[in-house]
Design a protein around this ligand. Structure first.
Ligand code: HEM
Length: 125
């Protein structure tokens, strides 16, 4: 299986992941119905986000936490939603890529998802 090593690989991974997300019964509605995501806008941001996180190529400058608070205040983003996000992400990586960067992508996503889940919960108190 292929190593995760180029921007092109990230694009492939992110596209495959959001293909799953869009039709997913547990979290798809956040993107389709709550935030009504413009995918042509969102996907390039996510390529840059992951390129920045994994390859240190600083192409993403943003605040990933901040965009989730308004969504969370419309519909609670619960821990199980984040656990499911991580499950889909991990599955997409394991189906397509191998190696150190693939493992790092799972590790970093898991950490961010846990932190985000916690912050969303705190924000609802
Ligand atoms: C259940 C879990 C999640 C849901 C439902 C969700 C939903 C969304 C939605 C709807 C947007 C688009 C906002 C907009 O443009 O209108 C977004 C943006 C984003 N999400 Fe998530 N998200 C989740 C978890 C995560 C996790 C775990 C990460 C990081 C590992 C992440 C990283 C990002 C980033 C980087 C953006 C772009 C921020 C920007 O505009 O600069 N999300 N998310």
């Amino acid at each position: 299986m292929k190593k995760l090593e180029t921007r092109e690989d990230i694009e492939t991974l992110v596209n495959k992941f959001y293909d799953k997300v869009q039709t997913d019964e547990t979290i798809g509605f956040f993107f389709n119905d709550v935030a009504k995501v413009d995918w042509d806008h969102h996907l390039p941001k996510m390529y840059s986000f992951w390129e920045t996180l994994l390859f240190g190529q600083i192409s993403y400058k943003g605040n990933p936490m901040a965009v989730h608070f308004p969504i969370n205040s419309q519909v609670p983003m619960e821990k199980f939603h984040f656990a499911h996000w991580v499950q889909l992400w991990t599955q997409t990586i394991e189906q397509n890529f191998t190696g150190e960067m693939a493992e790092m992508a799972i590790y970093k996503a898991t950490n961010i998802a846990n932190l985000m889940g916690h912050k969303m919960e705190v924000a609802r108190r």
